[in-house]
Design a protein around this ligand. Structure first.
Ligand code: AMP
Ligand code: MG
Length: 405
């Protein structure tokens, strides 16, 4: 029975097991999904931090800005030095950006606002000095114990910087699953085959899936296989990959054809089927199941556009779910032109998304010729999901947008 795309997502999600966690050195953690909370181990900034090169002073010494004032400079404090102490009023300490505010001082006058005569620092009439100027006070960014990064975050340079700042040299992250990609079909030959018969085609799906997965950064080791439409061969390889890999993706052999062996082979190898058929084009024959080890198995329709669309619509969200990644907020776009699709199926329409000139984003339909026309996807940014309930979609209507990785 066909289910809606939303119901298919629900069915898939229900049967997914969370992937385990592991420790990862900070320098290798970019792109990983965080499985812990990163908190501030001390206040930030951790001390009263000087923000201008100049002179640390006691603002009480300099209250009358209508006259010229003079202070004697008693030393220099660089970033990384322990706090010095101002001995008495009428004195100042030369300081560098990033240094700790010396004890007994409460403001910094930048070099630009002073003149110097040997050890005498002259603050001209008119220059105002207020307590706290040119300083970041201790804890003014965050207090000790504050949550800085939550579990589920994909780690980018910003989170890595925060983790480094609070001393998190190792981070608990989700294990990236190993993936087996199996392209099925007697008609498939290798890309570098010296001769391609008129009845043969070069394998492209497994390359496309691998590239998109690598680009997503969600997976670990990826291995590609070719299966001929031959049960013993299918069974032997499937048995091996089900034992060895965390995720199994098949392409082709999943429809109603005489040599579409995949659903039967998977069932006989103990993979429980949860979904076979989604009311959508392209991608209607999509098959999903889980093995006895709870390995998810997606058998994607062989047509290249179907395969690529199903990867983005179902497999990548499933991976994010297993990794515990916070789902990205759904994106919507407006159709730039009317579009008609008269079948009672959802339509995954490839689009180019462009600025609409009025502050929004407009999706320009780039319908493919046949679902084998992977070249038709070149230059597109993703696809919009047009629901099965309607047949005529007006310019300006808003739809969910799925972005290619
Ligand atoms: P199937 O789902 O096996 O009936 O395949 C549907 C269509 O997709 C057929 O035209 C296949 O030749 C084509 N196809 C299947 N697998 C691949 C692949 N790995 N690369 C390119 N085309 C494929
Ligand atoms: Mg086939």
């Amino acid at each position: 029975m066909l289910v809606t795309p939303a119901a298919a997502t629900e069915l898939i999600t229900t049967h997914l097991a969370a992937l385990p966690s592991e420790d990862c050195p900070l320098a290798a953690a970019h792109g990983r999904v965080l499985r812990q909370t990163i908190t501030a181990d001390r206040p930030l900034p951790p001390f009263d931090r000087i923000t201008m090169d100049g002179f640390a002073v006691r603002s009480a010494d300099l209250t009358d800005s209508s006259v010229e004032r003079r202070l004697r400079c008693t030393g220099f404090q660089a970033a990384g030095m322990m706090a010095q102490t101002l001995a008495a009023s009428g004195l100042c300490i030369e300081v560098a950006t990033g240094a700790v505010l010396p004890n007994g001082t409460d403001a910094v006058i930048p070099y630009e606002e002073t003149e110097r005569d040997g050890e005498t620092i002259i603050i001209p009439a008119g220059a105002v000095c207020e307590s706290g100027q040119s300083l970041h006070r201790t804890g003014s960014d965050v207090a000790t114990g504050t949550t800085l990064v939550a579990p589920g975050t994909r780690l980018s340079g910003r989170e890595i910087a925060v983790a480094a700042t609070v001393g998190a040299a190792q981070l608990r992250v989700a294990v990236r699953p190993s993936v087996a990609i199996l392209a099925t079909g007697d008609e498939l030959v290798e890309v570098d085959a010296p001769h391609v018969g008129p009845h043969q085609i070069r394998r492209s799906n497994d390359y496309a899936l691998r590239a998109a997965l690598l680009q997503s950064g969600l997976t670990g080791r990826i291995e590609r296989f070719h299966l001929r439409d031959h049960r013993p061969e299918i069974d032997a390889t499937l048995r091996r990959v089900l034992a060895e890999f965390d995720l199994v993706l098949l392409t082709g052999g999943v429809s109603k054809g005489k040599l579409d062996h995949i659903p039967k082979a998977l069932a006989e190898l103990g993979v429980t089927n949860h979904l076979h058929g989604v009311a959508q084009r392209p991608g209607k024959p999509l098959w999903f199941g889980t093995s006895s080890r709870r390995t998810p198995v997606f058998a994607l329709p062989g047509n290249p556009v179907s395969t690529y669309t199903c990867l983005h619509r179902y497999v990548l969200p499933a991976l994010r779910h297993q990794l515990g990644a916070t789902p990205p907020p759904p994106e919507t776009v407006r159709l730039a032109e009317p579009f008609r699709f008269a079948k009672p199926l959802a339509f995954m329409l490839p689009v180019q998304v462009r600025d609409d000139g009025a502050g929004g984003r407009a999706a320009h339909p780039a319908p493919f010729n046949t679902s084998g026309d992977l070249g038709g996807l070149l230059g597109t940014d993703g696809f919009v999901e047009l629901p099965a309930e309607a047949t005529d979609f007006a310019a300006g209507d808003t739809f969910t947008f799925w972005r290619w990785t």
